[in-house]
Design a protein around this ligand. Structure first.
Ligand SMILES: Cc1cc2nc3c(=O)[nH]c(=O)nc-3n(C[C@H](O)[C@H](O)[C@H](O)COP(=O)(O)O)c2cc1C
Length: 200
C-alpha cells in the first residue's frame, strides 16, 4: 500500500477541502492518505481572528503540521496551495524551500509528485500556480503525475475547477462543485496507483 503525503497550505479552508477530497480518493485507490498542513507562523493575530480565517484555522486544528524530516517516509507527495497573484503562496513555497537537505541527498528521487490549487477567478492562474510548484518535483527528480484528460472525473466537461494539470477548485466560498470533487477523488485514486507502481 502506497503511503501518500498530501501537503498543503490553506488560509480560508478551500484548498483544505480539496485536499480532503484528494485524500479520500487516495484511500479509494488503495493508498494510505496522510494530510499535512503547512503553518503560517507570521500571520498577524487580527488576521487569525478575522471572518473566514478563524473558522479555517479551527477546521484544520487536528491536521498534523508538515515537517521536512517526514517527507522521505512517503511514497508520493501531492502538494497544494491557493493561487496568489498567479503563483503558489509564500507559505507553501517557504516550506518547500526547507527541503534543500533532502534535495542534496536525493531523498525524494523517484517518488511520485502531484499538485493542486484553487483560485477565485476562472482565468486567475490555476495552471500557472501548478506550473510554479511543479519545478519543485523536477529539481527533486520526482516523476510528475498530472490528471490528464483520462482521469474519470469530467476534466473535459468541467465548467468549474479541475483540469489536466491536476485537481483545482474555483474559490466561490460555496464549497466544491460535484465536478471538482469527482476529479479530486479520481485523481487521488489514480495517483495512489502510480505511486505504488513506482515504489515497487
Ligand atoms: C493575496 C491574495 C492573492 C490572490 N491571488 C489570486 C489570483 O491571482 N487569482 C485568483 O483567481 N485568485 C486569487 N486569490 C484568491 C484565492 O486563490 C482563492 O480565494 C483560494 O480559493 C483561497 O484558498 P484557501 O481558502 O485555501 O486559502 C488571491 C487571494 C489572496 C488573499
Amino acid at each position: 500500500m502506497a503511503k501518500i503525503g498530501i501537503v498543503y497550505y490553506s488560509m480560508y479552508g478551500e484548498t483544505f477541502e480539496l485536499a480532503r477530497a484528494i485524500a479520500e480518493g487516495v484511500t479509494k485507490g488503495g493508498g494510505e492518505a496522510h494530510l499535512r498542513r503547512v503553518p503560517d507562523p507570521l500571520l498577524p493575530d487580527e488576521v487569525k481572528e478575522s471572518d473566514g480565517v478563524k473558522q479555517a484555522i479551527e477546521a484544520q486544528a487536528e491536521i498534523p503540521v508538515a515537517t521536512v524530516d517526514e517527507l522521505p517516509e512517503f511514497d508520493g507527495l501531492i502538494i497544494g496551495s491557493p493561487t496568489r497573484f498567479g503563483s503558489a503562496t509564500s507559505q507553501l513555497q517557504a516550506f518547500l524551500d526547507q527541503t534543500g537537505p533532502l534535495w542534496s541527498e536525493g531523498k525524494l528521487l523517484g517518488k511520485a509528485a502531484g499538485f493542486f490549487t484553487g483560485a477565485a477567478t476562472i482565468h486567475g492562474g490555476h495552471e500557472t500556480t501548478i506550473m510554479s510548484m511543479a519545478t519543485f518535483a523536477m529539481h527533486q527528480g520526482m516523476p510528475i503525475v498530472p490528471a490528464g484528460y483520462a482521469v474519470a472525473g469530467d476534466v473535459q466537461g468541467t465548467r468549474s475547477g479541475g483540469g489536466p494539470y491536476g485537481p483545482t477548485q474555483l474559490g466561490t466560498g460555496e464549497g466544491l462543485t460535484d465536478e471538482e470533487r469527482n476529479i479530486a477523488l479520481d485523481y487521488g485514486a489514480h495517483f495512489a496507483g502510480i505511486a505504488e507502481k513506482l515504489a515497487a
